[in-house]
Design a protein around this ligand. Structure first.
Ligand code: AMP
Ligand code: MG
Length: 497
């Protein structure tokens, strides 16, 4: 076990040429204090977690003391934002402090978000507000507990620093962790600048550090193709998992797409309450480009941008390379569909694959949409479904306006369950392991934010604790597992954070 100042920092990304990043120094916030510290994430770094040690962590978590051998950098990238190419983005308010290797040999990059301006800030202040750090902290940990690949969050530091958004808010910093923060946009920038050698350097770096199994492929064209396929596979799987829990990312720009298939950059995301296929969680997304049901398609579009940026890697005519890479893209749909159907079958408590699975799922979702049924709770309650006596399902049935339609569906569903002849309690148990009872509904995080802004951080800790066990029945007020009261307004979240 280590205290923070004993952590051994390295920075493999900083050993790449300086075209990939800029050296930076965190700039401090006024009166920093610890708001939240995540013991689970700390254990990934083999950190001590006693309280005394926590206070001694503050200088590190607030950017005040930079570790020996830490070489803070801001990474360069570009990206397609809402479909249009932005030629230069980069970490405008994040600084990678370095990487720590734990005793299992896992490497974690530590990144401070909200630590001040960098050469990529484009005139903005380089800050994050308390509200947005709480949203990222809670959601990344909630996603992890749901089994969805994501960046992690180690801590939030708050401050008295005034930060100007739509109103004056308090500045804060998040310390987040991931094996790598490289994005699709990290490749795109060099493609669009025609710096093809850099694309190769970056691809080789990613393969060596994050996809080492690909080093066995000796033929370079094959190896790069396999890299693209690996990223595609992880991305398809991650998005299929989002769809299974009703999560919308909100800003699926290519600069927010992780090369490791991690959920990255939590901005105006949302877990839906009532099911709405067209749910748009981002107030700024006027045309619904990133609506819930668009996410799978956008994932593929983003992979198309990555594919394009990787073309110069191939030692073939651009046309042949493009044909080869593009030939892989249709596989995305297959991989997505396979993960999605397997996952949704598990949510329905079904084990065998049938041709009509998709129609059972789609019909249920359509009925839910028609009747404004709560996504999370409906799936959770399906484990109570009685396939032998359909009359017993009135609690479920009563949630739907078109009862005849429900009855038809229920008959069909019951038949599937009965055919599989799985023990009832076994089915229930397996369903409860994949249908969460607790997700980070917007009104829950909003209340934690409002309390925190008034100086009370207890709700952050409470939500974190609850969401660490999303599949367990917990003795809690029903508030934590229900949609907001109808009279409360739908919370809209914008990009400004
Ligand atoms: P995001 O929408 O948070 O993914 O951010 C898009 C780009 O804007 C990234 O390059 C961010 O680093 C940058 N950015 C967002 N907010 C700020 C800020 N307050 N100061 C500097 N850069 C920012
Ligand atoms: Mg971003």
């Amino acid at each position: 076990m280590n205290s923070f100042n004993q952590l051994n920092f390295t920075n493999s990304f900083a050993s790449l040429p300086e075209t990939f990043y800029s050296h930076v120094t965190p700039s401090l916030l006024k009166n920093s204090h610890l708001v939240a510290f995540n013991n689970t994430a700390a254990s990934l770094l083999d950190l001590d977690n006693d309280d005394q040690n926590r206070e001694s962590l503050l200088p590190f978590l607030s950017g005040e003391r930079v570790q020996k051998d830490s070489k803070p950098i801001a990474m360069l990238y570009s990206g397609h934002q809402f479909g249009g190419y932005s030629p230069q983005l980069g970490d405008g308010r994040a600084m990678m402090l370095g990487e720590v290797t734990n005793k299992s040999g896992e490497k974690w990059e530590l990144q401070l978000k909200g630590s001040g301006q960098t050469p990529y800030s484009r005139g903005a202040d380089g800050r994050a507000v308390l509200r947005s750090t709480i949203r990222e902290y809670l959601c990344s940990e909630a996603m992890h507990a749901l089994g969805i690949p994501t960046t992690r969050a180690l801590s939030i530091t708050g401050s008295d620093e005034e930060v100007y958004r739509e109103s004056i808010e308090k500045g804060a910093m998040l310390l987040r962790m991931a094996p790598s923060h490289v994005r699709f946009g990290s490749f795109e920038i060099f493609y669009h600048r025609q710096q093809y050698q850099e694309i190769q350097t970056l691809a080789n770096y990613i393969i060596e550090h994050h996809y080492p199994q690909l080093l066995d492929i000796t033929e370079p064209n094959e190896r790069y193709l396999a890299l693209f396929e690996a990223v595609m596979t992880r991305t398809a799987r991650m998005i299929s998992q989002w769809q299974q829990v009703g999560f919308s990312h909100g800003v699926m720009n290519t600069d927010n797409m992780s090369i490791l298939g991690l959920t990255l950059d939590y901005g105006p995301y949302g877990f839906m309450d009532e099911y709405d296929a067209g749910y748009i969680c981002n107030h700024s997304d006027t045309y619904g480009r990133y609506a819930f049901d668009q996410q799978p398609k956008i994932g593929k579009w983003n992979l198309g941008r990555l594919a394009q940026a990787m073309l110069p890697l191939f030692d073939e005519t651009p046309k042949i390379a493009a044909e080869k890479v593009n030939a892989l893209l249709p596989k995305y749909d297959e991989i997505f569909q396979q993960h999605y159907l397997n996952g949704m079958r598990a949510k329905l408590g079904l084990t065998d694959a049938h041709d009509d699975d998709e129609s059972i799922i789609d019909e249920l979702l359509e009925m839910m949409q028609q009747s404004h049924v709560d996504f999370t709770n409906l799936f959770r309650s399906l484990s109570q479904f009685d396939p032998h006596d359909l009359e017993n399902n009135h609690l479920l049935r009563d949630q739907f306006v078109d009862r005849e339609r429900f009855d038809l569906w229920a008959k069909f569903y019951a038949l599937r369950i009965v055919t599989e002849a799985r023990d009832k309690s076994e089915r229930k148990l397996s369903m409860e392991k994949v249908n969460p009872k607790y997700v980070l509904r917007n009104h829950l995080v909003q209340r934690a934010i409002e309390l925190a802004e008034a100086g009370d951080y207890t709700e952050i800790h409470r939500l974190h604790e609850i969401l660490n066990h999303p599949f367990s029945e917990q003795t809690l007020p029903s508030y934590y597992a229900t949609p907001p009261p109808e009279e409360s307004e739908r919370i809209v979240v914008s990009c400004s954070s």
